[in-house]
Each structure stands twice: as C-alpha cells, then as structure tokens.
Design a protein around this ligand. Structure first.
Ligand code: F6P
Length: 554
C-alpha cells in the first residue's frame, strides 16, 4: 500500500489546511447556521457532535476519501470476517464475536467460535447465579459476598471501569475490589477490607504469565491458607479467567473453576469475555448481557453505516485531522459523569497501547505521527486542575466531552450545573475571547486604562480548541457498552489509516525483560547486597542507593 503521506488524499488535506489558514472556528459557525446539524450523528443510543473542530466541508469530504483510499471498509469487513488482521501475532481480532448474541456465527481464521463464546457465557451465567443465589458458597458455608479481582492492564482496567460506571446497578450487599499493582500495598489494602470466608478471588490473566498478577495471586492464596483454610478449600474461593489452562492448573486452580477466552481476544478488548466475570458478579448477569447488547448495537452500526454516517469512523477521522494536520499531540477524555472516573485510564490503555506505534504493519518505520498522548479526569474536577492549559496553554489539546442528559442521581440542580459546565467549557474552547472583548469587559467592570492594559492579554482566550461532545440519555449498561465499542472501533479505524497494527504491544516487552534481570539485584529488607554493576552508571547508582537503605533494614 502507498505510504500514507504519499497519497493524494493526504496531500489534499495539507492543502486544505493551508486554505483554511486563519479561519477561526467562530467564523465557521458564524458562516453556517446549520453546522451543528450537519456535523452531528446518532447511533446506538449515543449522540456525537463533532462540529466544534476546525475543519471545512472540503476537509470533511477529503477525510472520507482518505478512509476509502486506506481501504477502511475492506479492513473493517476483514476484522468482522475473522481474518488474521493482527499480522505480527498471526491472530484474528474478534472481540465483536464476544457480544454478538445467541444467533451469531463468527469464525476466527476459519474456525467457528460463536458456539464456544455462548457456552462460556452460559457457564459464567450459571456461576454468577450460583454465587448470587448461595448455591456456590465459601468453605465454611457462608455466601461469597466479596470479590477480589487480581489482574492488570486489560485484565483489570476494563472490568474496574465498568463496575465503577454501573454503580447504580450494584447488587445489594456485594463488594468488589480490584488489585493490579505489584506494589504489595494494593493487595494488603484489599485483604484488610475482606473476610477470607466470604471472599472469592478471581485471578484474571490472558497469558497467566504476568509477573504482577501471579505475585498478587500467590500472596492472596498464602493469605487465604494462613486464615485456616486448607488446600481443598481453594476450589471454593479461587477462579481463573485465562486462555492458558496449563498455567492455571500449575498454579493450583481446578480447570473446572476456569473461565476461558481465546487468543483472538486482545487483552485490552477483553472485558466482554470471561474477563467480565467480576462485572457480572457485581451488577448481575442480566446487566452484563445489556452491556454486551449495547456494544453489539454499535458493532452493527459500525459494520453497516456508510462512512459519512459512521460514528466510529468519523470520530477517528476527526482525530487523524487533529493529530496529523493540526499537529495536536495530546487528547483529553473528559467524562462529565463521576461514575465514568476510570474511563480515561481505561482508554489510555485501549488507545495508547493500540496506536502508540512507530513501525508500520509491514515492518517499515512510520513517517507520520500516530496515537496522541491521552489523559483525562471527570468534569468538573478537571476544570479546577488542568483546564487552564486547555484554554490558554501554548500546546493545543483536543478533547472528548462525555455526559448523560439525565443522571442516575438527580440531586437538586446538581445535574443542571454539571451540564451547564460541560456546555460552557466546549463553547469557551471553541469561541475563546478576543482582546477587544477582554478590554470591553474590563472597562465594563470599571477598571482604569492602565489596569486594562496590564490585564487585557491575560484575559484573552485564543479559542479554536477542538472538542467532540458525546451525549446519551442516561448512562446505562447499554449506552456504556455502545460508548466503549465506539472507542474500540475508533481506535481500529485510526490504526488502519496510520497503517499500524493496533492489536500487538511489543513496546511493553523491553521493560518487562529488564525488570526480570534487575529483580535479583535488589536486596531483601536487611540483606547486604552491593550496588549494580551490569548497567549504566545511573541504573547502577540507583540500585546501590536503594540497596544501601534496604540492607540497613529500615
Ligand atoms: O502490559 C501488556 C499486557 O500484555 C497488556 O496488553 C495486557 O492487558 C496486560 O499485559 C495483562 O496481560 P495478562 O492478561 O496476560 O495478564
């Protein structure tokens, strides 16, 4: 395939950017009263307004042309057809098959998978119902009311984010804890809060080879046994979610207590699989099914809608325009919904681990920018932290604002205030404030001319800062499922346009390997160990500093 930067569509986009020149977003809105209607779309219970981005009609048409030229529709169809589009790992990418419903008929690289998916979902349902109904109890006969999910990355962030987002659906008397960090304090804090007799540990790891997860799982098992339970009681308190039966068995978990998924499920796309067991336990299997149904609605839209109507494709194309032509290197995800407080962290993995790549699918270096730095916090908290930079910083940051029109907890006028802040921020980022407006305001406030001269520029907002607004009626399992699938497909589309494989993650390997090398060089508390000698002077010196403190036993 032609290099992205050599395509006529790419060159045309650069030319359009020059033609847009100094046009401000204000001008685009002033010139076209219909801009909002023309650049907003609805799908699967979500509403997307992307009109507050600095692009013209020509740019829009050209972005659609770019998507066609990059074969986006054919690549989408190849993904749904179960072709091995994850080429570096030789795997299909079929998270859509996990939520396709009872009548689906998907195949991964030619092998049927839908029956496997539905069987595993049925096992999960039986298990969740048995835990909830008390048929599956702890070893002393008490109901299992607490879940500790032990996993990291995709085996943690997705279920954690969803469990937090669906707080209004939590089943009475149930509590979930998510332990991911190898920092022992994370596990200790969770164990301090639970009773071994009423706790179910879920060891979630696609590979069952992840250092952090296995260390936490071993320590959890030791804590459980130290509570007076025997080896035989492990079967009542430990289940595994994995693709690796041999490693699960070697760890001491009975394969009957293992819920399976498959290599065509990427870790960061796995919350729809057995990895979602902690979700089903906290909110009920019915709500888990609604989450899958919401994602399925977005999948069906993504698969069928023409590019100009296709919400994930449009979100991706606007992102490409901002990243590659407007040279915006950072993107904020700003949910105006406290229950979505882990969505930015979840999307950091989904987006940055997928598209933070510098090598193209064919092994060639990429010569254009790829995924942006992604960050975010719920509104309105972020407004009192980093929005200063969004409004007046020297770098432009694009942003997605996300909100529900109706809150699950309508408390007085709180939700109106929340929504007013959402709208005010997107309007301010778009319109900005000119120097003339700033001066007029200061004069209206009665300031003297020298004071106006001193403060005027501080009060100027450049505006023209791009935002997307994503709205839904309410945050429900269905709309949450659709929202997550929207982002998954956006990430896929951007990977296709950038020509990178969004489904591998070789960049996480080097640090993992070096940590294995360094581990035996770190002293146990009170143990005398020298500093490092096999590394650069900084790493050697840091090992020496740490060992000096630890060997003193403090
Ligand atoms: O850090 C890389 C990674 O492989 C992620 O892609 C993955 O979600 C995470 O580690 C956890 O992997 P596993 O589920 O195999 O423990």
């Amino acid at each position: 395939m032609t290099n992205l930067v050599d395509t006529p569509e790419w060159r045309a986009l650069q030319a359009h950017a020059e033609a847009l020149g100094a046009a401000s977003m204000r001008d685009l809105f002033d010139r076209d009263a219909d801009r909002f209607r023309r650049y907003s779309r609805s799908a699967a219970g979500l509403f997307l307004d992307f009109s507050k981005n600095l692009f013209s009609d020509e740019v829009f048409e050209n972005l659609l042309g770019l998507a066609r030229a990059r074969g986006l529709e054919a690549r989408r169809d190849a993904m749904f057809a179960g072709e091995a589009i994850n080429k570096t790992e030789g795997r299909a990418v079929l998270h859509v098959a996990l939520r396709a419903g009872p009548n689906a008929d998907y195949s991964a690289a030619g092998a049927p998978v839908s029956a496997l998916v539905n069987d595993e979902l049925a096992r999960m349902k039986r298990f969740a119902d048995a835990v909830h109904g008390g048929a599956f109890k702890g070893h002393t006969g008490k109901p299992l009311t607490n879940v500790v999910n032990i996993g990291i990355g995709g085996s943690d962030l997705g279920p954690l984010m969803v469990v937090e987002a669906l707080r209004p659906c939590w089943l009475d008397g149930r509590q979930s804890f998510f332990v991911s960090n190898v920092d022992g304090q994370h596990l200790v804090d969770a164990l301090d809060a639970v009773d071994p007799e009423t706790t179910l540990f879920i060891v979630a790891s696609k590979t069952f080879a992840t250092q952090e997860t296995l260390a936490n799982a071993r320590s959890a098992k030791a804590w459980f046994l130290a509570s007076g339970a025997g080896e035989k009681d492990i079967a009542k308190h430990f289940v595994a979610l994995s693709t690796n039966e041999a490693a699960v068995t070697a760890f001491g978990i009975d394969p009957d207590n293992m819920f399976r998924f498959w290599d065509w499920v990427g870790g960061r796309y796995s919350l729809w699989s057995a990895i979602g067991l902690s979700i089903a336990l906290q909110v009920g299997f019915g709500n888990f099914e609604k989450l899958l149904a919401g994602a399925r609605a977005m999948d069906e839209h993504f698969r069928a809608a023409p590019l100009g109507e296709n919400m994930p494709a449009l979100l991706a194309l606007i992102g490409v325009w901002n990243r590659n032509v407007q040279n915006i290197a950072a993107h904020a995800v700003l949910p105006y919904d406290q229950h979505l407080h882990r969505l930015p962290a979840y999307l950091q993995q989904a987006d940055m681990e997928s598209n933070g790549k510098g090598v193209g699918e064919g092994g060639e270096p990429v010569v254009h920018d790829t995924g942006p730095v992604l960050f975010g916090e719920p509104g309105t908290n972020g407004q009192h932290a980093f929005y200063q930079l969004l409004h007046q910083g020297t770098d432009i940051v694009s942003a997605d604002f996300i909100a529900a029109a109706v809150s699950a907890s309508e408390l007085g006028d709180h939700h109106q205030m929340l929504l007013a802040n959402f709208l005010a921020q997107t309007e301010a980022l778009m319109r900005g404030k000119t120097e003339a407006e700033a001066r007029a305001e200061l004069a209206a406030d009665g300031l003297s001319q020298p004071e106006i001269d001193r403060l005027a520029l501080h009060k100027v907002f450049a505006g023209g800062r791009p935002t997307n607004s994503i709205l839904m009626e309410r945050l429900t399992p269905e709309t949450l499922g659709a929202l997550i699938a929207l982002y998954e497909h956006k990430i896929f589309c951007q990977g296709v346009i950038w020509g990178v494989n969004s489904f591998d993650q070789w960049g996480v390997e080097l640090g993992k390997a070096l940590a294995t090398t360094i581990l035996p060089e770190i002293s146990a508390l009170g143990e005398k160990k020298p500093g490092g000698s096999a590394h650069d002077s900084s790493t050697n010196g840091l090992i020496g500093w740490i060992n000096a403190v630890r060997s003193a036993g403090s």
